[in-house]
Design a protein around this ligand. Structure first.
Ligand SMILES: C[S@@+](CC[C@H](N)C(=O)[O-])C[C@H]1O[C@@H](n2cnc3c(N)ncnc32)[C@H](O)[C@@H]1O
Length: 246
């Protein structure tokens, strides 16, 4: 059955390059495996399925992403046992789960408070009163927050399907609003670059905790990296594990 096309999908043309760059970055998955509670797992904003693949040998896993292209990429890579769903994390109804993970900044793509609250309401319902929700976000970089603009610079270089690919990133910031606009350009063999424009919100630890509390969760634990470090000034991640308020 053909999959519905995602409206304005910044990942549509860069799936293979995204996969090549991030496939080996699995420190987060090791942490999720060590804290797993068992039962079925839902991964929201699963992209090409990196985290799902790393956890699928031990439990039933469903991966949901709004990008048709990312889910197609995930399906092609497998494993077959994972259920892949094209859908929006603000509006899903896939039955109950024992645990939900929103990895690698996917929650930061939600555009406003209404979308974030809608996502958390869906998570609360899917967890049916128990089971953890883990959200992994990039932490604001205090050293850069005064710069409204960081010009284009090299962010990654690698091979994709035998071709040399360079990714650059240009950043526009609205520090007071906590918003970022990232313009990633992929240069492949001298051709005109493919642009992928990403809009993200950066959360402070307090903002994230209040938001979870206002939407039926409490924060059980928070970390500043993927290996159990504390949230502190200068940490580069904001990782929280929240539970439904009983
Ligand atoms: C930075 S990628 C992370 C992908 C994957 N979690 C990983 O670790 O490689 C962010 C993903 O979030 C997805 N996304 C953004 N907004 C979404 C939404 N409202 N519902 C579902 N997925 C969404 C994007 O399509 C993209 O695949």
């Amino acid at each position: 059955m053909p999959l519905p096309v995602s409206p304005s999908d910044p990942y549509r043309s860069i799936v293979a390059a995204y996969d090549a760059e991030f496939d080996g970055a699995n420190a987060d998955t090791a942490g999720y495996a060590s804290r797993a509670v068992g039962g079925s797992l839902l991964v929201l904003g699963c992209g090409t399925g990196r985290v799902c693949r790393g956890l699928a040998s031990t439990r039933p896993v469903t991966g949901l992403d709004r990008s048709t292209a990312m889910i197609e990429g995930a399906r092609q890579r497998g494993p077959e046992g994972v259920r892949w769903v094209v859908g929006d994390m603000t509006d899903f109804d896939l039955g109950p789960f024992g645990e939900i993970i929103i990895p690698n900044a996917s929650f930061a793509f939600l555009p406003d408070r209404r979308a974030r609250a809608a996502c958390l309401a869906r998570c609360l319902r899917a967890l049916a009163g128990s089971g953890p929700l883990t959200i992994d976000l990039p932490a604001p970089d205090a050293a850069l927050s005064a710069d409204a603009h960081t010009p284009e610079r090299l962010a990654w270089e690698g091979q994709v399907d035998g071709a040399r690919v360079r990714r650059t990133r240009e950043v526009f910031r609205s520090p007071r609003m906590g918003n970022l606009r990232l313009i990633d350009r992929y240069y492949i063999d001298g051709a005109a670059p493919i642009e992928s424009v990403l809009a993200l919100h950066l959360f402070t630890p307090d903002e994230l905790e209040w938001m979870l509390e206002a939407n039926g969760f409490y924060v059980e634990q928070a970390w500043g990296d993927h290996v159990g470090g504390l949230v502190r000034e200068g940490c580069d991640r904001l990782l929280v594990r929240a539970l439904p308020v009983g």
